[in-house]
Write a protein that binds this ligand. Sequence first.
Ligand code: TXA
Ligand code: MG
Length: 324
Amino acid sequence: MAEIIDTRTEPERAIEKACAVLSDGEPVAIPTETVYGLAADATTPDAISRIYEMKGRPRFNPLICHVCDLAMAEAHVTFDPVSRRLAEAFWPGPLTLILPQRRESTVHTLASAGLDTLGIRMPDGFSRRVIARFGRPLAAPSANTSGKISPTSAAHVQADLGSRLKLILDAGPAAIGLESTIVKVENGRLRLLRPGGLDAAEIEALTGLAIERPEAAGAVIEAPGMLASHYAPGAAVRLDADEVRKGEALIRFGGEALPGEADAAIVLDLSPGGSLREAAANLFDYMKKADASGAATIAFGPIPSEGLGEAIIDRLQRAAAPRG
Ligand code: TXA
Ligand code: MG
């Protein structure tokens, strides 16, 4: 099992140990405000290939590079004016920008999967301090086996990858609970490659640009990790349920009971009070709990599609997609 260091009680030991393990070319699981990440030195091919190995992830899938400040970002990518405004407004935070990689950038092509762009973001919270001390960008996908649900706690990471990992930094439950929103600016157009923890409406309000959305989930693999069958729990998933069938697990939203609940394996409510923010933070944890109930199917009640509901529904559609 991996060593877990609590960053709230032992911040200095956490940073030192993390930097030592990273310097050895080994991945470390780090807390970010979105989900826990499996981080490695983005400039070292051996370290990056260990991430792919641990996750069992297809190689064509590029990783997000995490930086501690704008200066570190500017050493690796060039900003257009719109992307710069977005970075200044929303970093540190749950926003990933796809930007042209600079010639001088030392981020290895294994992290970008050979693309001429980098996905880059400045995370909020303890991981930013680790990056600042380490002094180089960290490539980090979510810290889960490929195709599984993203981890929002150190315990999730330990259960999935603990036997292969050396170190997990524990900062408590992820505050946002959904991966970052990914956008790409092209010829003054703003494209949403992945809905996520930053509400697309906030991006539109800041830029005055209408955001262009991808086709239906999985139709266009623009962000190559957006495979339709991502985020799959072990159980089958049934969306927009208006009743529960005997033995199903139920995950609902908004505090209203559904017909048939008495015969459900487990009933969880993402936010009884109807907050999409709270629902996002609970989503992956509740999917794991529903899975652990042993039910063959997880039924989801209806979820509003506005605001963060867009990202939640995107993840559920992927979870429900036919398995490859
Ligand atoms: O919140 C998050 O974004 C978390 C935390 C750990 O930061 N990370 C995360 O990484 O979700 P991952 O690897 O699960 O998803 C990265 C996504 C993939 O869909 C990938 O295809 C896309 O970012 N991506 C990365 N670089 C890209 C690029 N140059 N062009 C297009 N898509 C890119
Ligand atoms: Mg992931």
